[in-house]
Design a protein around this ligand. Structure first.
Ligand SMILES: [Zn+2]
Ligand SMILES: [Zn+2]
Length: 220
């Protein structure tokens, strides 16, 4: 894969398991500049922002792997506290603002999301300080679902879990499309790439591309 335009400076990764719905939020920081991105800061935004402070980071980007409320309900609180930009794939952007997203976000105790600042496409590079993340468009769970790749690590949202895959019975879902996304975009990464899923649904909180390729019953 073409990665010549990416910078892999020293990045710091923190996996934060949220109490509700076993959602994982990720803090990805650029060690030199202390800029960081939060992936899916859905709940407990005070605890997430405390973690950011503990690590002497500042949030420049909120990146949603997709528009579902269990990944986006905290967008508004994080943006209000930090001024970070909100980024989501262009095909999920409309759903972020949809009535159902707001409703479910409130049920879950969050406020939902303001309008996104940046619409993402496949292969976009997101600069975090002097480091970068690459956008892998992986439709199937939702039409605008993405994974985020940086050297040695892939954040898979609700596309791929440890030992499972995302559900495809919700609006816009397709199992055929999801499996093709996993095969083409995730299983082509180096086997030792760490898989960081969007929920703690498996026997372990993370895995590797090789491990899932060999053992995930949904993709064998
Ligand atoms: Zn989802
Ligand atoms: Zn989810």
């Amino acid at each position: 894969m073409a990665v010549g335009d990416m910078n892999y400076l020293d990045m710091e990764i923190k996996q934060i398991r949220l109490a509700k719905m076993a959602t994982f939020c990720y803090l990805i920081g650029d060690r030199a500049s202390r800029a960081c991105a939060l992936i899916d800061p859905a709940f407990e935004t005070d605890r997430i922002l405390e973690k950011v402070r503990e690590n002497h980071m500042r949030v420049t980007h909120v990146i949603n792997t997709h528009a579902h409320s269990d990944h986006t309900a905290g967008n508004e609180a994080v943006k209000a506290a930090t001024g970070a930009k909100i980024l989501i794939h262009e095909l999920d952007a409309g759903r972020l603002q949809a009535f159902m997203n707001k409703t479910f976000s409130r049920v879950l105790g969050g406020k939902g999301s303001p309008k996104p600042d940046v619409l993402l496409k496949d292969n976009d590079i997101i600069g975090i300080g002097d480091s970068s993340l690459k956008v892998l468009h992986t439709p199937g769970h939702t039409p605008g679902g993405i994974c985020l790749y940086t050297q040695g690590n892939v954040f898979t949202g609700d596309t791929l879990f440890v030992g499972a895959v995302g559900r495809t019975d919700l609006p816009g879902g397709s199992m055929k499309t999801l499996l093709a996304s996993i095969q083409e975009k995730i299983y082509t990464l180096p086997a030792d790439t760490i898989v960081w899923p969007g929920h703690d649904y498996g026997p372990f909180p993370s895995s590797t591309v090789g491990q899932e390729k060999d053992n995930n019953p949904f993709t064998l």
